[in-house]
Design a protein. Structure first.
Lengths: 577, 132
């Protein structure tokens, strides 16, 4: 009897305990499921919710014919979680030859207190495979984009520019059009389970990345390549310190080629990363004389066939100006003065135009002003305010000395004359191509009339004479009429004079012009800085102008005008008869 | 001897047929083997219960199957997306290789070094003229 009662009590106690337990669990389960704590919700979301960055594809840079000049390609980045690396010393030794890095450097990275250390970014597939084969614990790979110039890392280097490791443009076109090329990164928020697998039906929010557009430049890759090659050859030949070449379409302002060559520490000529065509300003010398004569003709103060007495020597206040040869006193027409590049003759016409007139026309041609290209580090040159001009400045400026201009600004003077007196802003952007393949041209800058068409035509005629009979004969191109002008400029030394301590002078040699002269399709400038073997522009710059002009005309299939058709007698003399 | 109990006329004796009574509504005819009976709920409830259970099981099984299909499809979708990214990467790399192969620097190098070509010192172009 007592036993039965005891058993019954124990049974009741067990049922009671069990009921309490079930009750507690039920309460806890209900509490968690129906009235969840924020902390648990957050904890759960941290485990499930995954934010995936969706990087925007950086657009390609194409030349005017659609050839890739820069493009982004996925590469592997090797990184490590040092807390997971078992033996950092062994890992560093194994990785060093593959990643081509110092063992000690890798060891320091693998022993960092952080949980993330980049070992090598954007490595080729072969390197990534070799690292994966090592099967090192704590060493991982992730895909990142790298920027390549498929035409060779140096072609167009100064124009294309570069991006940093995060694919942000830092120089050149990459910087100039970074907003278009870069696109907008997106992100995806998903619920994921084991192994990163997406949980079906889970929370999902996608903000898609907007790819950067493809940018088509006005550059012609073949012309760029040839310009760089020919310029490097000329720099070597002249033992010059650097050089620049620009080829443009004058009526649209499109830049077809823009080459910058310099010398490295070993003295070898190399393509520069700096675009000296726009970042470097210099005293252009006689290449600026057309500005003086444009002003004189436009103001009705003289005509190309107007004569005046010229002596090879001229004194203005306390300063003497001479021509490079002594010829006494002669009578030259304005056209002859330009063809012979007479300094004293040009100064006389500049004095006729006056300081205010010269200052006005220098500004109208864009000297001392931004070109509108917008290139990073672009110089605007240096033209003193008229109020600061001394008595002899009008003479110096007429000769292209005493003020600074970039090679591009100098070429724009000739573009203006080629365009019938209208200045067109230069551009490197041809069009953009979106993801759907739609091509949208760039908006062009507003053209500005500088001189009348009549004046421009007269100046063109004078510049043709320069190449046909004057100092620019080495710039002639068989079968085509060329208008252009030489410019041998003196370089100021660090002491502010045109001679160094040993009495030696440094020069810049320039030849700028356009062709065919009666229907200008192309314009070009060659600037050689500090040529050693021959500093005259007619010898240093004009021959290269001719060579590149010849190539450009053939490359762009610009036929010679009918009245200039000539036949080479080299191969078939019978055809010449 | 007591009189025998009278038998009411409206209740005929078993085995006798009552003569038709005209003007009096006739009651429905009753067969001996048929009778009206109240429907029993004791049997219906278990039946409905089984149907509900089976239906619930089928629905749950269908849901589970559907969920498995969704998971499988999502896995496939993830795989296809990854494959797409891989193919895009390969495509970009191949495009880079093509562009490199067409680079003028490489063309000149191959022409000179591999094919033994030389650059002319001066290019000569012939322009056709009309000969009278």
């Amino acid at each position: 009897m007592l036993l039965e009662r005891s058993q019954r009590r124990r049974g009741v106690a067990m049922v009671l305990c069990f009921t309490l337990m079930v009750g507690f669990l039920t309460y806890r389960l209900t509490d968690l499921q129906l009235f969840p704590s924020d902390a648990y919700v957050d904890y759960g979301e941290q485990q499930r919710i995954r934010v995936v960055d969706l990087p925007a594809r950086r657009g390609r840079i194409l030349d005017r014919n659609g050839v890739e000049m820069a493009m982004s390609v996925p590469q592997w980045t090797i990184w490590a979680d040092p807390s997971q690396v078992i033996n950092p010393e062994e890992a560093a030794v194994a990785l060093a030859p593959i990643l081509e890095k110092d063992e000690l450097h890798l060891f320091s990275l693998l022993t960092e207190p952080d949980q993330h250390a980049y070992l090598s970014r954007t490595v080729p597939d072969s390197v990534a495979r070799a690292v994966a084969d090592l099967e090192l614990r704590g060493v991982y790979q992730v895909e990142e984009s790298a920027r390549f110039n498929p035409s060779g890392s140096l072609l167009g280097r100064s124009v294309i520019g570069s991006v940093d490791i995060d694919q942000i443009g830092v120089s050149g076109v990459e910087y100039l059009y970074d907003g278009l090329l870069g696109g907008v990164a997106g992100e995806m928020v998903v619920e994921s389970g084991h192994g990163g697998r997406t949980i079906p039906g889970g929370a999902r929010h996608v903000k898609p990345a907007v790819s950067g557009v493809d940018l088509m430049l006005t550059i012609d890759r073949s012309l760029q390549f040839e310009a760089e090659r020919a310029l490097m050859r000329q720099i070597r030949k002249l033992q010059a310190s650097s050089g620049t070449a620009i080829i443009m379409v004058p009526d649209t302002g499109e830049i077809l080629a823009m080459a910058s060559v310099g010398r490295n520490k070993e003295g070898h000529s190399v393509l520069l990363a700096e675009n000296r065509a726009v970042t470097w300003s210099y005293e252009p010398g006689s290449a600026m004389k057309p500005v003086v004569f444009s002003g004189v003709i436009e103001e009705g103060l003289g005509q190309p066939n107007h004569f005046r007495e010229v002596n090879h020597w001229l004194q203005l206040y306390d300063q003497e100006f001479t021509d490079h040869t002594e010829y006494g006193t002669v009578v030259y027409s304005m056209e002859e003065i330009l063809a012979r590049s007479s300094n004293t003759g040009t100064i006389q016409w500049a004095l006729t135009l006056g300081s205010a007139g010269l200052a006005q026309y220098m500004a109208r041609f864009g000297l001392g002003l931004p070109t509108g290209l917008g290139f990073k580090g672009e110089s605007v040159g240096l033209v003193p305010d008229l109020a600061d001009w001394s008595g002899t400045d009008v003479a110096s400026f007429a000769l292209g000395q005493g003020f600074l201009a970039t090679p591009l600004q100098t070429l724009l003077v000739y573009n203006t004359l080629a365009n019938g007196g209208v200045r067109v802003p230069p551009t490197l952007g041809h069009s953009v191509i979106d993801d759907d393949g739609r091509q949208m041209p760039f908006q062009r800058g507003e053209p500005v009339r500088v001189v009348s068409e009549t004046t421009a035509d007269k100046l063109t005629g004078m510049l043709v004479t320069v190449v046909r009979e004057g100092t620019g004969r080495n710039a002639q191109v068989e079968g085509y009429s060329v208008a252009g002008k030489t410019g041998t400029g003196l370089k100021a030394s660090s002491g502010g004079t045109y001679e160094d301590e040993e009495g030696r002078s440094s020069y810049t040699a320039t030849f700028a012009g356009f062709f065919p002269a009666d229907d200008p399709q192309l314009s070009m400038i060659i600037v050689i800085d500090e040529p050693q073997t021959d500093h005259y522009a007619s010898q240093a710059a004009a021959p290269l102008f001719s060579e590149l002009a010849h190539y450009s005309l053939q490359r762009l299939r610009i036929a010679p005008p009918p009245n200039y058709v000539t036949v080479s007698t080299t191969l078939n003399p019978e055809l010449a008869q | 001897m007591p009189a025998p109990a009278s038998v009411p006329l409206e209740q005929p004796k078993r085995g006798y047929r009552v003569a038709p009574q005209h003007g009096i509504p006739q009651s429905p005819r009753h067969d001996s083997h048929l009778r009206l009976a109240a429907v029993s709920t004791r049997r219906l409830v278990p039946t409905l219960g089984w149907v509900a259970v089976i239906t619930a099981v089928v629905v749950l099984f269908a849901l589970a199957t559907l969920q498995a299909v969704i998971v499988d499809r999502q896995t496939n979708l993830d795989d296809v997306n990854n494959e797409l990214e891989d193919v895009r990467a390969v495509n970009d790399k191949l495009r880079l290789n093509v562009a490199r192969a067409e680079a003028p620097e490489r063309v000149v190098t191959v022409a000179i070094n591999s094919l033994g070509m030389v650059e002319p010192e001066r290019r000569v172009y012939l322009v056709p003229v009309e000969l009278d």
